[in-house]
Ligand binder design. Structure first.
Ligand SMILES: *[C@@H]1O[C@H](CO)[C@@H](O)[C@H](O)[C@H]1NC(C)=O
Ligand SMILES: *[C@@H]1O[C@H](CO)[C@@H](O)[C@H](O)[C@H]1NC(C)=O
Ligand SMILES: *[C@@H]1O[C@H](CO)[C@@H](O)[C@H](O)[C@H]1NC(C)=O
Ligand SMILES: *[C@@H]1O[C@H](CO)[C@@H](O)[C@H](O)[C@H]1NC(C)=O
Length: 335
């Protein structure tokens, strides 16, 4: 009697174990450190940082192998000839076949002045306020920014004003510039703060983005602006997404910032990030606004910002890139 009961219990437990294992196999649970733990770790590390040439070379190699940023980061005439099918990376089973309308809008080949030496990737985090990082940022050889941020006088000291590549989400064209149906001149005027940079648009990620990106291209091209619109290659976005997924970032979609960091790691000899800080308190335990220019929160479940920060921080600690979180030193110390 006892034995039978025991046996019966055992198999129930075994079955439960198998179920739980299956559950974890299908829905893996990853332990992300809590915000407080991350902040404490950042404080513990302090200003200490050492460049790791082995690590830099390794990541450049890994990213070249998976994603080939040199050739693939933008849609070019070379990688997307007429007839090429571009699969949208943000939608299921939607594609665009390159045709006589779209092909002429593509740049001939990779337009970046390779190789790039010092690169600055500037996120828009509120941590940049009063950072005095403007000069540091502007001294980089190649400066990337996210989502058409303001660079007006009041921010220059903290964020700088030079730009070489700036991303633009098509939804900004929709919201801020009325789909470019009315205010093309306004758009062209406002883009002048980005000098002669490349405006990097995910034209083939979501279906409505294609028309908007093409309109942005025409608005700038027709006004003989010095800015060039580059269409992000959906294949590149997809492979970079997979690269980080294999390293523990489980967002539905990577943030623009992590795409730019990946691009920089693949192309630059030295990468420093600024303004990446997805937490609501700073190192001084004071509240931090969401952006340096406003406090509007993003959709909560779309990006996995703390998860992404953990990746950046890991790279910082192993010397592959440098994450600036506090104030920038007034006198530049060479590293
Ligand atoms: C340098 O980078 C490599 C590759 O990421 C890593 O294995 C190594 O531990 C790093 N060295 C230091 C001192 O962090
Ligand atoms: C595209 O344009 C080329 C030359 O401008 C022309 O020869 C070709 O027939 C066009 N193709 C289509 C599908 O319209
Ligand atoms: C950029 O900022 C510097 C000061 O940091 C200023 O001297 C320069 O005129 C600014 N350039 C532009 C194009 O606004
Ligand atoms: C484009 O760049 C050139 C050279 O840098 C400059 O002289 C010109 O004023 C710029 N044009 C516009 C529209 O900004």
């Amino acid at each position: 009697m006892f034995v039978r009961c025991y046996r019966g219990k055992l198999s129930v437990w075994a079955a439960l174990c198998v179920l739980v294992l299956c559950w974890f196999y299908i829905f893996p649970v990853y332990r992300i450190p809590r915000d407080k733990e991350i902040v404490e770790d950042v404080l513990r590390q302090g200003e200490q940082w050492q460049k790791n040439h082995t690590g830099i070379d390794l990541y450049r190699k890994l990213l070249s192998e998976c994603c080939d940023p040199r050739k693939m980061f933008a849609v070019t005439k070379e990688n997307s000839p007429i007839g090429k099918v571009l699969w949208y990376d943000g939608e299921f089973y939607h594609s665009h076949t390159v045709n006589n309308d779209t092909y002429p809008l593509f740049v001939p080949d990779n337009p970046l002045p390779l190789p790039l030496k010092k690169c600055a990737v500037v996120g828009n985090g509120g941590i940049l306020r009063n950072s005095k990082c403007g000069r540091d940022i502007d001294q980089a050889d190649f400066i990337m920014r996210c989502n058409l941020p303001p660079l007006s006088k009041e921010y220059v000291e903290d964020v700088g004003n030079r730009t070489h590549l700036v991303t633009a989400n098509p939804s900004i064209i929709e919201k801020r510039f009325q789909n470019l149906l009315l205010s093309r001149k306004d758009f062209v005027e406002k883009m002048k703060i980005y000098g002669s940079s490349h405006i990097y648009m995910p034209a083939f990620s979501m279906k409505p983005g294609t028309d908007l990106s093409m309109r942005a291209h025409y608005a700038l091209a027709d006004s003989s602006s010095n800015l060039t619109v580059l269409f992000a290659n959906p294949e590149f976005l997809r492979t970079v997404g997979k690269f980080w997924k294999a390293r523990g970032v489980h967002a539905k979609r990577l943030s623009t910032g992590l795409f730019l960091v990946s691009l920089a790691l693949g192309l630059c000899e030295e990468v420093t990030t600024y303004g990446f800080w997805p937490f609501s308190v700073g190192l001084d335990e004071q509240p931090v606004r969401h952006h340096y220019y406003d406090n509007i929160l993003p959709y909560k479940w779309f990006h996995a910002m703390p998860e992404e920060f953990v990746q950046l921080w890991h790279l910082h600690k192993s010397g592959v890139l440098r994450v600036r979180v506090g104030q920038c030193p007034h006198r530049r110390k060479e590293v």
